[in-house]
Design a protein. Structure first.
Length: 223
């Protein structure tokens, strides 16, 4: 039994990074905008024309009562229902297809978004474990690295960088402050007021970020 063709809705988008709010696609062959498709079977160039009352996007298969309508991308997008097969076919053969616009392929986009990073080395000590932000640690490990989601690795790296930008300078300043000789001696002398003040700062910073508390505790322990 012959498999019946399924007609589906299709969506198209402009390929340029800064898509205009509205873009009108050429819909008929002209000297200014040639719309020609080379027919491999017939060995000739065939003129394209989008007409809403015709069954074919090729002029040589249309009658003399063609009603031409504009094709407009709004916000860089164009949705064509499955009931308009002529327009879908016209866009398929359009010379700007792949250059100025493209059909949205959800499966292809998903495959690109979830592209797996293969971080496996050559079996030496660089065949390493992978921590946050895909940082490689040199360990004597010949086990292969597990596959990773590229999006997860990127988001982890961005989160680390955002944390560093927000709190890195403050942590360094606090570290310098607590490393001051006079403050160090005061803390070592058992001054309860200074110690209470440090604890207060740590508790307040803890509300903002757990890593900052760890940093300050490490500083205090090393003084």
């Amino acid at each position: 039994m012959k498999k019946q063709q399924q007609y589906v809705n299709k969506a198209y988008r402009l390929t340029r990074e800064a898509a205009p709010l509205s873009f009108m696609l050429p819909v008929r062959n002209s000297r200014r905008s040639p719309l020609l498709h080379f027919d491999e079977d017939k060995g000739i160039n065939r003129a394209l024309r989008y007409a809403v009352n015709q069954k074919s996007p090729f002029e040589d298969e249309q009658d003399g009562n063609a009603i031409v309508e504009p094709i407009i991308f709004e916000d860089g997008m164009l949705v064509v229902p499955r009931t308009n097969q002529v327009l879908q076919e016209f866009l398929h053969y359009h010379p700007m297809n792949g250059l100025h616009f493209e059909e949205i392929n959800n499966e292809k986009d998903a495959q690109e978004d979830v592209e797996v990073l293969n971080l496996q080395g050559n079996g030496s000590q660089f065949n390493t474990s992978v921590g946050a932000a895909s940082t490689k640690a040199r360990v004597d490990n010949t086990n292969p690295i597990a596959q990773m989601d590229g999006n997860d690795a990127l988001m982890t790296y961005i989160t680390d960088m955002e944390w560093f930008a927000a709190y890195g300078e403050n942590v360094r300043n606090i570290s310098k402050l607590l490393g001051n000789k006079n403050i160090k001696k005061t803390i070592e002398s058992g001054n309860t007021k200074i110690h209470s003040l440090i604890n207060l700062i740590i508790n307040q910073m803890y509300v903002l970020d757990f890593n900052i508390k760890d940093s300050l505790l490490a500083v205090e322990e090393n003084i």
